[in-house]
Design a protein. Sequence first.
Length: 259
Amino acid sequence: MADKNIFDLTGKTALVTGGSRGLGLQMAEALGSYGAKVVLSARKADELEQAQSHLQKLGIEADWVAADGSKDADIAGLADAALEKLGHVDILVNNAGASWGAPAEDYPAEAWDKVFNLNIRGLFLLTQQIGKRSMIPRKYGRILNIASIAGLRGNPPGAMQTIAYNTSKGALVNFTRTLAGEWGKYGITVNALAPGFFPSKMSQVLIKTLGEEMLIGNSPLQRLGDDEDLKGATLLFASDAGKHITGQILAVDGGYSAV
């Protein structure tokens, strides 16, 4: 008979980047609701304080660290602070990300660097720090990278002009697979979620430009993602329910990428 507590995270610790709002806060809420102690990270302290208050009202033990995930010094400071607050990190959710829209032929190099410095370079450096200092020594870890369906396919003509974002998320997909191969021997699983269209600060311009009807019209489930739709998948990869799953990419997109 299956263990009914297979998703339980009591006694576990989690660091969630980009955790002050949107998908990051949704995942932090899921982890905390199942027992994990959570540290959130983002750039703005006021938004982190609001997120902490929200989680605490739900009975979740939460703290925060303000840091810019595209800056090496901030990443080192975030790792130090998270380990000081939590003692160790069992679950790392790499959710912080950036996008920039422009035609490929005119795409600014500085915009390309901005996207990659956060979405890939900073993500790697933080993962390296947490892995080396906490997960590898303890022979345990759950790493969940937030990719995107934009990393699984190109953009239709006349749609998004986000070549750096798509490319960085495609890189994150193979980063996930490659790291899973290297760190499996340490008892660390590395997986990724590839969300589809969810209302958020990053996606609001896109949804307004393309129109919600057009986006859901291309989705088998005929809907956008909501405030609950990443929670189950997050818990699967973060808990013992997913202990034999690594190197996998799960699209949470209403079937958009399947058709």
